[in-house]
Design a protein around this ligand. Structure first.
Ligand code: IMP
Length: 190
């Protein structure tokens, strides 16, 4: 999200409606960790997070996976504002390690239009991984353009703009422990 859309002042979390509490998130992420541990029993996995939104989810999910796991990260920028409706995704940071022959789990905060995940899936596939799965904390199916689904999904949510637990608006709110709905006053230009 570009910084020229900064709100005048970030809203206090107390002015936002909590959609998912930290307890609900922790419980679901623990279940997801158990599912992954079961599916890849006896194997190793590489968790590839998408910067920066997936960092908190990846940190908590990783600690719930009882397997040999390594981390890597992609950076992306997308053009989703009013002047760039093409949905073009650009890689700003590639992975540092080879994904060839690895069990790759792409870890993302939210599946929205699906353009980012579809793009990154194609990038990962060029590495010829042994297997490829997507773990997404949130899914907003109402806005999907690319028909891509998560293999491990935390929660399906309504078509609202959410912040917290890694998700931002203009880089703010990533450190909120709960996932909150950003009200209209949170969008006011600075
Ligand atoms: P997609 O390519 O449209 O699926 O977009 C995925 C990216 O858009 C996510 O990784 C987020 O960075 C961002 N995004 C989509 N919806 C939200 C939201 O409700 N809050 C914060 N970021 C969002």
């Amino acid at each position: 999200m570009s910084t020229n859309q900064l709100p005048a002042a970030p809203l206090a979390a107390s002015h936002m409606k909590v959609l998912l509490t930290r307890e609900q998130i922790a419980r679901r992420v623990a279940e997801m960790g158990r599912e992954i541990s079961r599916d890849f029993h006896g194997q190793s996995v590489v968790l590839v997070g998408v910067l920066k939104g997936a960092t908190i989810f990846l940190a908590e999910l990783a600690r719930r996976i009882e397997l040999d796991a390594t981390f890597d990260f992609f950076g992306v920028s997308s053009y989703a504002d009013s002047t760039h409706r093409s949905g073009e995704v650009r890689l700003t940071k590639d992975v540092d390690t080879s994904l060839e022959g690895r069990n790759v789990i792409l870890v993302e905060d939210i599946l929205d239009t699906g353009l980012t995940m579809n793009y990154l899936k194609n990038v990962v596939m060029t590495h010829q991984p042994r297997s490829f799965k997507i773990a997404a904390l949130l899914d907003k199916p109402a806005r999907r353009i690319q028909p891509i689904e998560a293999d491990y999904l935390g929660f399906t949510i309504p078509n609202e703009f959410v912040v917290g637990y890694g998700l931002d608006y203009a880089e703010h709110y990533r450190n909120l422990p709960d996932i909150c709905i950003l009200p209209p006053e949170g969008y006011s230009a600075g």
